[in-house]
Design a protein around this ligand. Structure first.
Ligand code: DC
Length: 335
């Protein structure tokens, strides 16, 4: 016995829409799984609570699924869940790997469903993005792409070459001669500048503000964004940054924007820096974070901003585990 899952959405709650969507979904499931009608033992539908006008099971019967048992149920109304959605589970007499089918914007997020998806996590420095993004990537067995590392690498190249980070032409000239690569070793991102692993060097305090400054330049952003889209286009990943949900991947499957008070963020950064052996002047760090927020959110191109369709989470009084739990819950609600 094999279980095949699927989901689809309808534009409005009418019998015609339901008939059309169910027929299309079942036909797609049949053709993608090379199913014969008599192999289908039973079909179970569930639909969101905003669907009242017709039973999906009746639509299946009308579509020609006559000899199997059919059942429809209504799902609880979950805040933030997909609207007007019909989900299905087919029990079939076959022992093959199922090909699950998700149509019309219905998304899947199950470890047993091989479907590519991207998660955008944006927010200011110290909001907890990278900690959460790493945990999420680990739990879903997908890639974590730290986009800030790219701007940091560019800034480091400039600082080393004593180029003026505020001068776009100088930065651009320099970056033409430098190769910047992102590689993964044992699932961990490494940032390479001309082949040198600079993953640690880019975390130096002086690199932070310089990264914010180089990131204002259009030519730099376009280069970085192209790389980010290329990586995200190939595989499921969690990307953290400032403009992922608004600019890099406006169609990301899941979008979150993390924030926290400047004091909390500065404290987190200070602890991080101290753990790495840097001497930290807390009030200076707080000022620097505030200045970086200002520069990142007021720049002309792709500023730091919460996307209209992102879920905003204030992490000031939350532990990393609590934030992770909240994000996973929100993601599961949308499946
Ligand atoms: O997340 P971070 O502190 O490593 O980022 C360093 C700087 O890079 C940040 O101040 C602004 C810039 N940045 C950006 O403009 N867009 C991104 N997607 C990521 C970072």
């Amino acid at each position: 016995m094999t279980v095949i899952r699927g989901a689809t959405t309808i534009a409005e709650d009418t019998p015609e829409e339901i008939r059309g969507a169910v027929k299309e979904l079942l036909e797609q499931i049949e053709s993608r799984n090379f199913l014969k009608r008599d192999e289908v033992v039973s079909i179970v539908f569930s639909s969101t609570s905003d669907i009242h006008s017709f039973y999906p099971a009746k639509a299946a019967r009308e579509a020609g699924f006559e000899s199997c048992s059919l059942f429809s149920a209504q799902e609880p109304d979950i805040d933030g869940g997909l609207k007007l959605c019909i989900r299905v589970m087919l029990f079939v007499e076959k022992n093959e790997t199922p090909r699950h089918v998700y149509l019309r914007g219905a998304r899947a997020l199950r470890k047993d469903v091989a479907q590519k998806f991207n998660v955008a996590i944006d927010g200011p420095a110290g909001s907890g993005k990278s900690t959460i993004a790493k945990m999420l990537a680990r739990d879903y067995h997908i890639l974590y792409l730290d986009t800030g590392a790219m701007y940091r690498a560019c800034a480091l190249a400039c600082l080393r070459a004593q180029a003026d980070v505020a001068d776009e032409a100088q930065v651009c000239d320099l970056m033409r001669d430098v190769s910047l690569d992102i590689v993964y070793r044992d699932g961990v991102q490494h940032t390479l500048l001309d082949g040198e692993d600079v993953s640690e060097a880019i975390r130096a305090p002086e690199v932070s503000m310089a990264a914010s400054t180089v990131s204002k330049h259009m030519s730099v952003r376009m280069k970085m964004v192209e790389k980010q889209r290329e990586i995200a286009g190939k595989m499921s990943c969690v990307l953290d940054g400032r403009d992922i949900g608004t600019f890099v991947l406006p169609d990301a499957d899941f979008k979150f924007f993390l924030t926290a008070s400047v004091e909390v963020r500065a404290k987190r950064r200070a602890d991080e820096m101290a753990a790495k052996g840097y001497k930290v002047d807390f009030s200076k760090l707080q000022e620097e974070i505030a200045a970086r927020d200002e520069q990142d959110s007021t720049r002309k191109i792709a500023p730091l901003k919460c996307a209209d369709d992102a879920i905003l989470i204030d992490t000031s009084c939350m532990t990393a585990e609590e934030v992770l739990r909240t994000i996973k819950q929100k993601m599961q609600e949308r499946i």
